[in-house]
Write a protein that binds this ligand. Structure first.
Ligand code: FNR
Length: 348
């Protein structure tokens, strides 16, 4: 494995087709899925030279937490479909790489077990129509030591994924379940529900029940970014859910600059969707992201070699980012300014 594309190719040969398609696929015609990657390809870098970049520091701080690099693990469902190591394997790899793992509400291992690896863990959730259950889950993830709540706001309903429909893929195989949907960690798991009635008041409701930082995931419109600030969110993630929800939604990297401008430095802006190369990370950081997260590449690494495979994917990205930074003349993340990103003709 010398690139993330290798990881995907290898995973495709190892996974059952229905499971590969569940991980790889997007909603409807997969326009947004493709454009997340294509949009990065439209960006070019305008490197600086002779900048004395013999020593680099890739570290960043997000919500008061130091990361060894500005690449985090995005929340993705069902890690035990990829490999028996499951979310625990992913967590060990993220911990070894010195970064944050965002654990999906649809994880196949309990948050307590994942947290026991010592990883810095944020918990992603869909606020459930049953608010009492949601509150108990918040207590549970607080007790497990999660450091932030990531609330996905791009999923009032479930996106229509044709690959899953064609395979008739819906339920987890016997023996696997969404372990964090069990009441108090035992009992039968509930189904993850989506709530189209959610509105901005949910942020205040969450603020009232927890002191954890609240991160809104799935912001694309700059007005929503302003509303997030106004309602007291602690961070936003520019994301279209990896093209799995609204097909036709703008590519994440194309939405980023307007969100960064709207937020005006009042809270950190993170991004996920289509990050496959160190140069993609450089582009996002230079356009104002505090860090990025990767979804599918982690699943491919996990499929290929469990914990070790995820570690390889994260270290490939670190190595790639370091090289991209030095070639751009940046010795630290703060040195990546907007002028190194170039779309269209050079005008100076
Ligand atoms: C996801 N994503 C996701 N997001 C979320 O908030 N909760 C979830 O449970 C899941 N589950 C999930 C499963 C799978 C298989 C994928 C591929 C994605 C979306 C994820 O957090 C992230 O937004 C995208 O994966 C980022 O895009 P890339 O890096 O996969 O291109």
């Amino acid at each position: 494995m010398i690139s993330l594309a290798d990881a995907e190719r290898a995973a495709a040969t190892l996974l059952e087709p229905a499971h590969y398609d569940f991980f790889a696929g997007g909603a409807d015609d997969e326009r947004t899925l493709r454009s997340n990657v294509d949009a990065f390809d439209r960006h070019r870098l305008l490197p600086r030279v002779l900048r004395g970049v013999g020593k680099r520091d890739l570290g960043v701080e997000v919500l008061g937490q130091p990361l060894s690099m500005p690449v985090m693990v995005a929340p993705t469902a069902f890690h035990r479909l990829a490999h028996p190591d499951g979310e625990v394997g992913t967590a060990r790899a993220a911990a070894a790489s010195g970064t944050v793992m965002i654990l999906s509400m649809a994880a196949t291992q309990p948050v307590e077990q994942v947290a026991a690896t010592g990883v810095r863990l944020w918990f992603q959730m869909y606020v459930q129509p049953d608010r009492a259950f949601t509150e108990r889950l918040v207590r549970r993830v607080e007790a497990a030591g999660c450091a932030a709540l990531v609330v996905s706001v791009d999923s009032p309903v479930f996106g229509r994924r044709l690959r899953d429909l064609r395979h008739d893929f819906g339920d987890l195989p016997a023996g696997l379940a969404c372990e964090n949907m069990r009441e108090s960690g035992t009992g039968p798991p509930r189904a993850v529900a989506f709530d189209a009635a959610l509105d901005w008041s949910v942020v205040g409701w969450l603020r009232g029940i927890t002191t954890l930082p609240i991160v809104l995931k799935g912001i694309l419109h700059p007005d929503d970014a302003r509303l997030a600030v106004g309602h007291g969110a602690d961070a936003v993630i520019v994301s279209n859910h990896g093209g799995r929800q609204l097909d036709g939604a703008v590519a994440s990297i194309d939405a980023l600059p307007a969100v960064v401008e709207a937020v005006g430095g009042r809270l950190p802006v993170l991004l996920d969707g289509g990050v496959r190369r160190g140069t993609d990370v450089v582009t996002a950081l230079a356009l104002g992201a505090a860090a990025v997260a990767v979804g599918r590449p982690v699943l491919w690494g996990l499929t290929v070699a469990g914990e070790h495979g995820v570690r390889q994917v994260l270290e490939l990205l670190r190595d790639d980012l370091d090289r991209a930074m030095v070639l751009c003349g940046a010795d630290r993340v703060a040195a990546l300014t907007r002028d190194v990103v170039h779309v269209g003709r050079c005008s100076w």
